[in-house]
Design a protein around this ligand. Structure first.
Ligand code: ADP
Ligand code: ADP
Length: 231
C-alpha cells in the first residue's frame, strides 16, 4: 500500500526509483524488477550513453560531463527525462534507475508527476560499502547494445566477453576507469545522498542490503516492493 493511498482511490501507474551509489547494483536489480512488474525501466545513464553513441547534440553535450565523472546539468537531464516518460511504454508504470540525482531533479520530478496525476510510490535504496563499489566498478563489463552489466568474477556472462541477452561484445565503460569511478562515488556523496533524505522525509524509502549474491539482493528488493501498493 502506498503511503499516499488508502486503497479505495483509483490507482495511477506505479512509479518506483532505485537509489544507490555507482556500482551498488541498480542496473542489475532494475532488469529483474521491470520484468517481474511489467513496467518500463528508465535509466538516465543508459539514455545518455545511447545519445553519445548516436552522436546527437545532446550526446555531445552530455559526454563532456560523463567523461569527467560529473553530473549532466539538470535542465538537460530533465528535458531528456520528460521526453522518455512521454513514450507509450511508460504508461503502465516506471522504474527510475539513476534518476533523480540532485535535489533540483527531485523537485522537478515531483511537479512533473503531479501534472500527470502520478506520484512517487517507493524509493529503494541499495546500500553497499565503498570498497566493494570500487572492486565492482573496476571489473564491470557492459553490453553497449542493451546496457546489461557483468563482472568476470562476480557476475560472469555465459560466454566470455559476450552479452547473454543479445550476444553484444562487452566493453569497459570509460567512466569506470579507477579515477573517474572514484570521482563518481564522491559526486554521489556530495549531490545525490541527500536526495535519499528528501524521500525519507516523505516516508518512501526502503533500504536494501546490496551485499551478497545477486539473487539474494533480488529477493530483498522484491520484498520491499511487495510492501508497497503492488503487493
Ligand atoms: P552508475 O550506474 O554507475 O551510477 P549511470 O549509468 O547511472 O552510472 O550514469 C553514468 C553517468 O551519466 C553519470 O556519471 C552522469 O554523468 C550521467 N547521469 C546519469 N544519470 C544522471 C542524472 N540523473 N543527472 C545527471 N547526470 C546523470
Ligand atoms: P549500478 O547500476 O548501481 O552502477 P550495476 O548493476 O551495473 O550497478 O553493478 C555494478 C557491477 O557489480 C556490475 O559489474 C555487476 O555485474 C556487479 N554486481 C551487481 N550486483 C552484484 C552483487 N550483488 N554482487 C556482486 N556483484 C554485483
Amino acid at each position: 500500500m502506498s503511503p499516499q493511498s488508502n486503497g479505495s482511490e483509483p490507482r495511477s501507474p506505479l512509479t518506483l526509483a532505485l537509489f544507490g551509489p555507482p556500482g551498488s547494483g541498480k542496473g542489475t536489480q532494475a532488469a529483474f524488477l521491470v520484468e517481474q512488474l511489467k513496467i518500463a525501466q528508465v535509466s538516465t545513464g543508459e539514455l545518455f550513453r545511447q545519445e553519445v553513441r548516436r552522436g546527437t547534440r545532446l550526446g555531445r553535450q552530455a559526454k563532456e560531463y560523463i567523461d569527467r565523472g560529473e553530473l549532466v546539468p539538470d535542465e538537460i537531464t530533465m528535458a531528456m527525462f520528460r521526453e522518455r516518460l512521454a513514450k507509450s511504454d511508460c504508461a503502465a508504470g516506471v522504474l527510475l534507475d539513476g534518476f533523480p540525482r540532485t535535489a533540483a531533479q527531485a523537485e522537478a520530478l515531483a511537479a512533473f508527476l503531479r501534472g500527470l496525476d502520478r506520484q512517487m510510490d517507493r524509493v529503494i535504496y541499495i546500500k553497499v560499502p565503498q570498497d566493494v563499489l570500487v572492486s565492482r566498478l573496476s571489473g564491470r563489463l557492459t553490453c553497449p547494445e542493451c546496457g546489461t552489466t557483468y563482472h568476470p568474477e562476480l557476475a560472469p556472462p555465459r560466454r566470455a566477453g559476450l552479452c547473454d541477452r543479445d550476444g553484444g561484445r562487452l566493453v569497459q565503460r570509460d567512466d569506470d576507469a579507477a579515477e573517474t569511478a572514484l570521482r563518481r562515488i564522491n559526486v554521489y556523496k556530495e549531490q545525490t545522498a541527500s536526495v535519499v533524505d528528501y524521500y525519507r522525509n516523505l516516508g518512501l524509502v526502503a533500504e536494501v542490503d546490496g551485499l551478497g549474491p545477486i539473487e539474494d539482493v533480488r529477493g530483498r528488493t522484491l520484498a520491499t516492493v511487495s510492501q508497497s501498493r503492488v503487493g
